[in-house]
Design a binder for this molecule. Structure first.
Ligand code: KIV
Length: 288
């Protein structure tokens, strides 16, 4: 028991399972930096994903494919320094787990042990069940991600809704069951029909977290920059935009530019003063 009255308990996979079992919906969002970690933790989010989406929304890549382990590690550490309560998931980038099981366990260990995340995630279903199993056997909590998997979207014919036909729907369900059997403690369902997500949520014991999976998932996740209106390139159908932070921030900087040009900034309250006699003395000393 903590002796500090304000000590906050970190949410672990067992707490998230309890939330699902009690019918309490789980909230999850991405964050990539120290200030973003502070904000979303203070707002009461349950899970923070330091997602490889940072490649697009923070680093300006076209997609998530170029993201490296070094980038993921640096951003994971920044978020970990900020967060007291939320469960932090570190995301394994493309080609950091695809080559061999040994490579996957090593890189999962880097995000978990060096990065300080509370669990790790990668994208993949049945084909990757043995890799997920090896990560959990190594003692690292594992979060699965199936349905639309952005790192391999090119192999899926682009960013398309998955599981629409009978065979495809069965394959997504089999992916979910395989990941649960492999020891995953939760699974993201991305861009699948809501009816399929509801069936998977019913069939699994572990929590499902939807992003384009409809309202029956055990939880919901969004990319922070999408919901804050900070990412302007495109907005997927499953995003609800809660604020226009792009315009708000742009307007604030515009106002600063105009204040500087018109010498409205800095005002008296932003400036430091010397005593009047010290000013006179200085001027005299400089011959002014
Ligand atoms: O990297 C990410 O942000 C993700 C979400 C789309 C779930 O994987």
């Amino acid at each position: 028991m903590s002796s500090h009255p304000e000590a906050t308990k970190k949410l672990l996979s067992a707490d998230l399972q309890k939330m699902k079992d009690n019918g309490e919906k789980i909230s999850m969002i991405t964050a990539y930096s120290y200030p973003q970690g502070l904000i979303v933790d203070e707002a009461g989010i349950d899970i923070i994903l330091v997602g490889d989406s940072l490649g697009m929304v923070e680093l300006g890549y076209q997609d998530t494919v170029p993201v490296t382990m070094d980038e993921m590690l640096m951003h994971t550490k920044a978020v970990v320094r900020a967060v007291k309560r939320a469960h932090i998931v570190g995301d394994l980038p493309f080609m950091s787990y695809n080559i061999s099981t040994e490579q996957a366990v090593t890189n999962a260990g880097i995000l978990y042990k060096d990065g300080g995340s509370d669990s790790v995630k990668f994208e993949g279903g049945q084909d990757y069940a043995s890799v997920a199993g090896a990560i959990t056997r190594a003692g690292i909590p594992f979060f699965a991600h199936i349905g639309l998997t952005p790192q391999t979207a090119a192999m899926m014919g682009g960013f398309k809704v998955q599981g629409k036909s009978l065979d495809d729907a069965k394959a997504v369900l089999d992916d979910a069951l395989a990941m649960q059997d492999a020891g995953a403690f939760a699974v993201i369902l991305e861009a699948i029909p809501q009816q399929l997500a509801a069936i998977i949520t019913e069939k699994l014991t572990i929590p499902t977290v939807g992003i384009g999976g409809g309202p029956d998932c055990a939880g919901q996740v969004l990319v922070l920059h999408d919901m804050l209106g900070l990412f302007q390139r495109f907005t997927p159908k499953f995003v609800k935009v809660y604020a226009d932070m792009y315009t708000a921030q742009c307007n604030a900087v515009k106002e600063f530019v105009s204040d500087v040009k018109e010498v409205k900034f800095p005002a008296a309250e932003h400036s430091f003063n010397m005593k009047a006699d010290a000013v006179e003395e200085l001027k005299k000393a400089l011959g002014l």
